[in-house]
Ligand binder design. Structure first.
Ligand code: FES
Ligand code: FES
Length: 176
């Protein structure tokens, strides 16, 4: 099937197998390996991305279901060389060790802060409860997200919607 998906503001057209998962479309077709692939059973959350602004586990979504929709991945968090406050928070508070869970954690954190710019520790822990980290014990992840909240953690204008992102970038790639 031929699908066109907007990812981080760029349109991509590809011919894909109907059974291809979104996580593999992003990683293998588009080379966006920031989205990780872990359990493949909807348990670990490392594959979290946004689909039309809402977080999804991309191992539970077929690529064809994203046809005509907008996806945002961890590669779309930074504004050029300027890291998103969530990314800065993970650096400042040592919110990662091996980094395998980090992209999914960041996408969930960004979404949380867009909805609640000043989340309590309880709200942060609830937000990331669908994601597993085998390294950190979660303490520094929670601190990282609080750091982002305290350092301008609200959404940038460019993150407000698919249409705006597309206009801002205006790029399209077609490969079959
Ligand atoms: Fe998707 Fe684990 S790889 S939830
Ligand atoms: Fe290693 Fe979270 S930093 S799994």
């Amino acid at each position: 099937m031929r699908i066109t998906v907007t990812v981080n503001g760029e349109r991509y057209t590809r011919d894909v197998e109907p059974r291809l998962l979104l996580v593999h479309f992003l990683r293998d077709e588009l080379g966006l390996t920031g989205t990780h692939w872990g359990c493949d059973t909807s348990n670990c959350g490392v594959c979290a991305v946004w689909l039309d602004g809402a977080p999804v586990k991309s191992c539970t979504v077929l690529a064809v279901m994203a046809d005509g929709h907008e996806v945002r991945t961890v590669e779309g968090l930074a504004d050029g060389a300027e890291l998103d406050p969530v990314q800065q928070g993970f650096v400042a508070c040592h919110g990662l060790q091996c980094g395998f869970c980090t992209p999914g954690m960041m996408m969930t954190a960004r979404r949380l802060l867009d909805q609640d710019p000043d989340p309590s520790e309880k709200a942060i822990r609830e937000a990331i409860s669908g994601q597993l980290c085998r390294c950190t014990g979660y303490e520094n992840i929670v601190r990282s997200i609080r750091w982002a909240a305290e350092h301008g953690g609200t959404a940038r204008p460019a993150e407000t919607g698919a249409g705006e992102a597309e206009e801002a970038h205006g790029r399209e790639e077609v490969r079959t």
